[in-house]
Design a protein around this ligand. Structure first.
Ligand code: SF4
Length: 274
């Protein structure tokens, strides 16, 4: 499979400094670069405004002088400048999030060159293994979502028509069925087994703990030392939070497989941080 990774611009949705609310670096002050565009439709997504590319998108920057709006399409150099503009004090770890950042591989690779030696983390929905293989070296840490296909509405690929000339989204399509998700999950875990990475499962109500067996078993088999974070969903749009029994049963199922499992809420939401 050929993946387009040429030097390119990407649509920035927002840049802001905050506290990491999820995963292995939970609680760390970071500066966030959120990119627009995501083909997935997680039923519990808390950033649906990041899915599509509006006709004239703007980026929201939270700078020392207050919020500002800029043209969303940014080169890696522009994005690196915005990151410095938005982080108070000394440099923070950069968290590249979305949307799905892997939609823009050429931008990610070039951004690495613009930010020097500082730490750069990636948050990915886990649908683009071939693209991750291309850009993995640019990141010091990867937070990988493991998803149940039944938690997803049908995906909607980004429409390449109408994008600026220097915007080249990945040519890799998101999985469309359970077999495709199994392949993507296994390939991603195999890629990340020797990398600084963590796995995250968002847990919603209405599921049985055995539903998660394929995810846990793949993790135990392919990346047994990767920390696993179970994150109860923040109830929204009719998606219920999991009950206590589901979470506790899931923890036991993970422990039986000798996984390093932790249950953490979305801390930035609890603290009402951006
Ligand atoms: S991958 Fe992330 S941005 Fe995309 S739909 Fe799922 S939660 Fe939302």
């Amino acid at each position: 499979m050929t993946i387009a990774t040429s030097f390119t611009a990407a649509p920035v949705m927002e840049v802001f400094a905050s506290i990491q609310g999820e995963g292995a670096y939970l609680g760390e002050p970071q500066v966030f670069l959120r990119l627009r565009g995501c083909p997935l439709r997680c039923t519990w997504c808390d950033t649906p405004a990041s899915w599509e590319l509006p006709a004239e998108p703007t980026a929201r920057l939270v700078t020392a002088e207050g919020p500002a709006r800029r043209d969303s399409w940014a080169t890696p150099f522009q994005a690196a400048c915005w990151l410095r503009e938005c982080e108070p004090g000394v440099e923070r770890t950069i968290s590249v999030t979305g949307g799905e950042p892997l939609a823009w591989p050429g931008f990610l690779l070039a951004l690495r060159g613009m930010v020097g030696e500082r730490r750069m983390h990636l948050e990915t929905g886990g649908a683009h293994p071939e693209t991750l293989a291309k850009v993995l070296g640019a990141f010091d840490h990867v937070s990988l979502d493991l998803k149940l296909p039944e938690d997803l509405d049908p995906s909607v690929e980004l429409e390449a028509r109408g994008l600026p000339e220097d915007a080249r989204p990945t040519s890799e399509r998101a999985p469309t069925d359970a077999d495709g998700w199994t392949y993507a999950r296994r390939r991603l875990l195999a890629l990340l087994v020797e990398h600084d990475a963590c796995a995250k499962i968002v847990v919603r109500g209405g599921r049985g703990f055995r539903d998660y067996d394929p995810l846990l078993e793949d993790l135990a088999r392919l990346a047994p030392r990767m920390p696993l974070f179970l994150q109860p969903v923040t109830p929204m749009r009719g998606v219920p939070a999991p009950d206590q029994d589901l979470l506790l049963d899931l923890v036991e199922a993970a422990r039986e497989l000798e996984l390093a499992v932790r249950v953490t809420p979305q801390v930035h939401r609890l603290l009402r941080l951006p």
